[in-house]
Design a protein around this ligand. Structure first.
Ligand code: NDP
Length: 299
């Protein structure tokens, strides 16, 4: 392996430590306890694990964690009523509705019912618009984590060629906006992109957010490029193994022989996402109380 490893696990631990320091300061100087509410509808096992992890880490940094578990058949009206209650609750500074929601609920309607100031996922249409126009917003957690790691690696990203693979609203599009905000030359690619390999070969930075196991291989990479792997894919157990393993959208083994730096899966972007959720909750809390925003926890 020639690439240096970008250790998201260690980076995330550092962010959580900074968040915890801010929580102490908020409590001691201002008597404020930042609060995060997470709402889960249904019993999807993967979502339940995410929600449990979020709650655990929220408590570990000293914040108040509130979890609302609604039944799979909860109505849209019930969910909207809960959000309205959380919107006006002064002890709640961040609200996250775990996606995906059951089919009978309109996700856009629910997300846009969250007070944008408490929208710590950064998915509300107001925050999307603010980010797109380069204004202060709540920044979606996964792209925020990716940008923090890229800034740490490069310092100045200005003028670099960045290719984002995947154009989802939660990762690809906000990632491209953030990179544009750093004055990168940004190319977005997706399932209809022609000659995607050639496009990627021009990149100083590749962010892969596709959901296809090990799709990006060494022959897509310019020597020395920095590769951020957002993908989380569980592959079938190999011969002799009982459990499948998690892999990214990047073929780590081959790409790490040519890239300059790379995030692993697991231990790269994943831990950063929850750390950035906690960071966003602190930012939201500071803004709600007219306090200066904590440094190093947002962009
Ligand atoms: P989506 O399914 O919403 O979007 C996938 C994107 O990839 C689409 O834009 C799609 O293009 C594009 N795509 C699909 N196939 C190809 C292909 N062959 N070539 C090029 N582009 C392709 O996924 P998400 O953005 O939500 O998630 C992407 C991955 O990141 C998943 O593995 C997910 O689990 C992971 N993830 C990880 C997080 C973390 O914390 N680490 C957080 C969020 C997601 P088109 O639009 O044309 O269909």
């Amino acid at each position: 392996m020639t690439a240096s490893l970008i250790d998201g696990k260690a980076f995330a631990a550092d962010i959580r430590a900074k968040v915890a320091e801010h929580v102490v300061r908020l409590k001691e100087k201002h008597g404020i306890v930042p609060g995060l509410a997470v709402v889960l509808v249904g019993e999807d096992p993967a979502s339940a694990v995410y929600v449990r992890n979020k709650g655990k880490q929220t408590v570990e940094v000293g914040m108040k964690s509130v979890e609302h578990m609604l039944a799979e058949d909860a109505s849209e009206a019930d969910l909207l009523a809960l959000i309205e209650t959380l919107n006006v609750d002064p002890e709640i500074h961040g609200i996250l509705v775990q996606l995906p929601l059951p089919d009978h609920i309109d996700s856009d309607k629910v997300i846009n019912a969250i007070d944008p100031a408490k929208d710590v996922d950064g998915f509300h249409i107001s925050n999307v618009g603010l980010l797109g126009t380069g204004q202060k917003s709540m920044v979606p957690c996964t792209p925020l984590g990716c940008l923090m790691m890229l800034r740490d690696h490069f310092g100045d990203l200005s003028g670099l060629n960045a290719v984002v693979v995947g154009r989802s609203n939660i990762v690809g599009k906000p990632m491209a906006q953030l990179l544009l905000g750093e004055s990168c030359t940004v190319t977005m690619t997706h399932s209809r992109t022609k000659n995607i390999q050639d496009v990627c070969c021009q990149a100083d930075i590749i962010v892969a957010a596709v959901g296809r196991a090990e799709m990006v291989t060494a022959d897509w990479i310019k020597p020395g490029a920095v590769v951020i792997d957002v993908g989380i894919n569980r592959i079938a157990p190999e011969e002799g193994a009982t459990k499948g393993r998690l892999v990214g959208d990047v073929d780590f083994k081959s790409v790490s022989e040519i890239a300059g730096a790379i995030t692993p899966v697991p231990g790269g972007v994943g831990p950063m996402t929850i750390a950035c959720l906690l960071a966003n909750t602190i930012t939201a809390c500071a803004r709600a109380n007219g306090l200066s925003e904590p440094e190093g926890l947002t962009v």
